[in-house]
Design a protein around this ligand. Structure first.
Ligand SMILES: [Zn+2]
Ligand SMILES: [Zn+2]
Length: 303
């Protein structure tokens, strides 16, 4: 059996493995194909492509774009949920993977710039909030740390690491749960890209647009999720990531069913972040066939 991993991160975003080192790890993990899908950046793709060639691993140049999931749908009638009226609260995360993209596409570059601008204003706002709460860290410390790690993108993981280094929390998890995660007291929502723009930029770059980890949309009702997928399909979404480290086998099956009912592609990957997350490269044991089907669809695409 041959395997692939179509969702990974490097130091170009918030992973800890340099893009040039990922392919050797992939080969050691027994993978025949690997995608690099850093958050909102293509900065690692050229290096990773070269190293893949050296290692004899098929490379899928990719990106993972953070998009706006739109307003939360009304809850299913059976749900008795007190906070259901708070649509803002109930909106989860919508990440869209672009697979087989051109790394130097002009629309992708615009997306990268928009996301950078949004992040640049958000991170200092989080640090300000932390300061108000008596968590004494400076934004310069965060920048320093990110620079030392060679990160192209500065994000909450770096803020969490500084909080940990300064002894404000005992673990990175605590930093997220208590302070900077979605339910934390220093959370700041980021301006997000409309899904339409994310999908059209991916298509402009010649890629396939795949909904990443559907579980993170927070839509546990399959009907609601399907509704969102249908909306996104109308905008050009090509497929769904069914296998992911956050998905149980049961969920993966549920997502496979939605994809086949809607005649859409499926993808799978670990969402490897190096040492940052407890997730193994290739850990999802995604059969190489999944890569092959995507590759075929990409070659035949009409966009
Ligand atoms: Zn994601
Ligand atoms: Zn990811």
């Amino acid at each position: 059996m041959r395997y692939c991993d179509l969702h990974t991160h490097s130091t170009a975003s918030d992973g800890t493995t340099p893009p040039a080192e990922l392919p050797a790890l992939a080969r050691r993990a027994g993978l025949s194909a690997v995608a690099l899908t850093d958050h909102d950046t293509t900065a690692g793709l050229v290096q990773c492509a070269h190293a893949c060639e050296e290692q004899g691993v098929q490379f899928v140049p990719g990106i993972e774009v953070s998009a706006d999931p739109g307003p939360a749908p009304p809850p299913p009638e059976t749900a008795e949920d007190d906070v259901a009226h708070d649509a803002e609260q109930r909106r989860g995360t919508l990440h869209i993977l672009g697979l087989f993209i051109r790394h130097d596409d002009s629309q992708i570059a615009q997306v990268e710039q928009r996301m950078r601008d949004a992040r640049d204003s958000r991170n200092p706002a989080i640090v300000d909030k932390l300061n108000e709460l008596g968590v004494d860290i400076s934004y310069d410390d965060v920048l320093d740390l990110a620079r030392r790690q060679g990160a192209a993108i500065i994000g909450r993981p770096h803020i969490a690491q500084v909080m940990l280094d300064r002894g404000h929390v005992a673990t990175l998890r605590e930093a997220f749960e208590r302070y900077i995660g979605q339910n934390g007291i220093a959370y700041v929502r980021r301006d997000r890209l409309p899904a339409r723009d994310a999908i059209s930029a991916i298509h402009h770059a010649g890629g396939l647009a795949i909904m990443a980890h559907p579980i993170q949309t927070g839509l546990s009702d399959p009907g609601q999720l399907e509704q969102l997928v249908v909306q996104l399909k109308d905008l050009g979404l090509n497929g769904i990531e069914t296998r992911h480290s956050d998905h149980s086998p049961h969920l993966a099956e549920q997502y496979e069913l939605i994809a086949s009912q809607l005649n859409m592609l499926t993808s799978g990957g670990s969402d490897f972040h190096g040492d940052r997350k407890d997730v193994m490269l290739g850990g999802q044991r995604v059969p190489l066939e999944v890569y092959e089907r995507l590759h075929n669809a990409w070659q035949k695409r009409d966009t």
